[in-house]
Structures are given as structure tokens and as C-alpha cells.
Design a protein around this ligand. Structure first.
Ligand SMILES: Nc1ncnc2c1ncn2[C@@H]1O[C@H](COP(=O)(O)OP(=O)(O)OP(=O)(O)O)[C@@H](O)[C@H]1O
Ligand SMILES: [Mg+2]
Length: 260
């Protein structure tokens, strides 16, 4: 389980996150949504131990503030929102970066399988910098998948933290990648994904956490969190939430109704 209690983060003297309480469970896909600048990436970096924070964060019982980087890396992998690469690495080299030192499994087989899962068969020898934005995003996802290949290890669940994993993808690849994340959770791992697409979120997430102004304003199922009023308050525009009989809520922005 992931629990964050009274989590606060300052950048210099500027408070960015204030008193955030957050829980996520293995076996579930938890989505973090909210407007630009509301603190989603900051929260993700804090709970993964990549940013100093005030408060208490436990990941599968591990005290994240005091955990050794190697111990954290063995239980959780992080896909950042931006992953620029300064050197001319091939796809194979980038994905191999996810393989932990001393790994006993057949590394190349798993790298190839990860590339297959993200729809990049045959890309091994291509240069990362010569790929399209969406292809690069899927290579980086393959890298983090390789890092926590087994959703459940001998010592418990593994975790995927994904900051906008489908932001550059076409609709077909959005569905493919969300299904990869969903399968990881169904096999017992934990997934926390920052999302902007509320419809994809409603389709795939077990739990939704809505951020606004550096705090959590609502958390629960998509049906509980996605209400016209709550979305209007958070995003400052009119958004109509309807229910599809088979697939739950769907969200339709109301054009020409901006309130910002
Ligand atoms: N390194 C930094 N130094 C100072 N302020 C920062 C830094 N990184 C982020 N911020 C500020 O912190 C706030 C939260 O940023 P964060 O990146 O967490 O937002 P976000 O919810 O992920 O937004 P987006 O949807 O645009 O990715 C913003 O006001 C941002 O300007
Ligand atoms: Mg962000």
C-alpha cells in the first residue's frame, strides 16, 4: 500500500503542496488528475522519494524519506513527465537502463517483450532521438516496465508511477498503454498515473484523486469524483458528466463556457 500523510512540499520559499493525504492500493490503478500547476508531478516526485518533502510517506511499509535509492528502485519505477536524452542512445540501450544491476533474468528477452507490449517491435536499433514524440514516450514506458517486470516479487507488490504516460499518444496507443498499466495492476502490482484525459481515467482507474491548488479536493471512484460541480470548481469551465450504461461516466466539455 502507498500512504502519504500530511504531505507538503516547498520549492524554495514557495509552498506548492499543502497537507496532502493520499492512499493507493496494489492491484489497483490510481489516477491523479487536476489542472496544470495543481501539484500532481510534485506529489508524484515526493511519494517516489525523488523530492524532499514534509510529512510521512510509506510504500509497501518502506519509509520513503529514509529509504536507500537502491531499495526504492527495486520496488518502484517512475516514468517522469519529461525525459530528455542528451546522448545518441539506441532504443535497446534506453530500455536496458531499466534492467537492475545483478538481474538474474534473461535481459534481452524481457527488453524485447517490453518493446512488444508498447507496440515497438523491431525498434531496438533505432536512435531514440530520431523517433517521434509518441514513440519516445513508449520507449520510456518500456524502460520502466523492465525495471519492475514482475508485478509481485518475493517481497511484495511492485509499483509503477507514471506521469502523463499517454500525453503524446494517438487514441489507439493510448488504449494500448492504459491496458498495459491495467494488466500490471490486475496481476497484483500498484499503478499511480497522472492523467489529463478524464474519459480514459474513468475507463481505466479504480480510484481517482483530484488535485487543485496544491491540495487534494476529492478522491474516490470516477463516479464519485467526476461531478459537474467538482470539475467546474477544479478546472474553471463547464464540463458535463453523463453515465454510459456499460462503461461508467463520460465527460463532455461544454464549449464557449470558459470561466477562467
Ligand atoms: N522546480 C521548480 N521550482 C519552482 N517551482 C516549481 C518547480 N516545479 C514546479 N513548480 C511549481 O509548482 C507548481 C506545481 O507544479 P507541478 O509540476 O507539480 O504541476 P502539475 O500539476 O504536474 O502540472 P501539469 O499538469 O502542468 O504537469 C506549479 O506552480 C509550478 O510552477
Ligand atoms: Mg505535471
Amino acid at each position: 500500500m502507498l500512504t502519504a500523510r500530511d504531505l507538503s512540499v516547498n520549492y524554495g520559499s514557495k509552498p506548492v503542496l499543502r497537507g496532502v493525504d493520499l492512499t493507493a492500493h496494489p492491484g489497483q490503478l490510481t489516477a491523479i488528475v487536476g489542472p496544470n500547476g495543481s501539484g500532481k508531478s510534485t506529489a508524484l516526485k515526493a511519494v517516489t522519494g525523488e523530492l524532499p518533502f514534509i510529512g510521512d510517506v510509506r510504500l509497501s511499509g518502506m519509509d520513503v524519506a529514509h529509504a536507500r535509492p537502491g531499495d526504492l528502485a527495486s520496488v518502484r519505477a517512475v516514468l517522469p513527465q519529461f525525459t530528455p536524452l542528451a546522448f545518441p542512445f539506441t532504443v535497446l540501450e534506453v530500455v536496458r537502463l531499466g534492467v537492475s544491476r545483478g538481474a538474474t533474468f534473461n535481459c534481452d528477452q524481457i527488453v524485447n517483450e517490453a518493446l512488444h507490449r508498447v507496440g515497438l517491435d523491431g525498434y531496438q536499433g533505432r536512435y531514440f532521438q530520431e523517433l517521434s514524440g509518441g514513440e519516445q514516450q513508449r520507449v520510456q514506458l518500456a524502460r520502466v516496465l523492465v525495471q519492475v517486470w514482475q508485478p509481485v516479487g518475493d517481497d511484495g507488490p511492485r509499483w509503477l508511477f507514471l506521469d502523463e504516460p499517454v500525453s503524446s499518444l494517438d487514441i489507439g496507443h493510448q488504449l494500448q498503454i492504459m491496458q498495459v498499466a491495467r494488466t500490471f495492476a490486475d496481476m497484483g502490482g500498484g499503478v499511480i498515473a497522472v492523467m489529463h484525459d478524464l474519459n480514459l481515467t474513468a475507463m481505466f482507474a479504480d480510484k481517482v484523486v483530484l488535485f487543485s491548488n496544491g491540495g487534494v479536493v476529492s478522491q474516490g471512484t470516477a463516479t464519485e469524483v467526476f461531478t459537474d460541480d467538482m470539475l467546474m470548481q477544479a478546472y474553471g469551465c463547464r464540463i458535463a458528466v453523463s453515465m454510459a450504461p456499460s462503461s461508467g461516466p463520460f465527460i463532455l466539455p461544454q464549449t464557449a463556457a470558459l470561466n477562467i
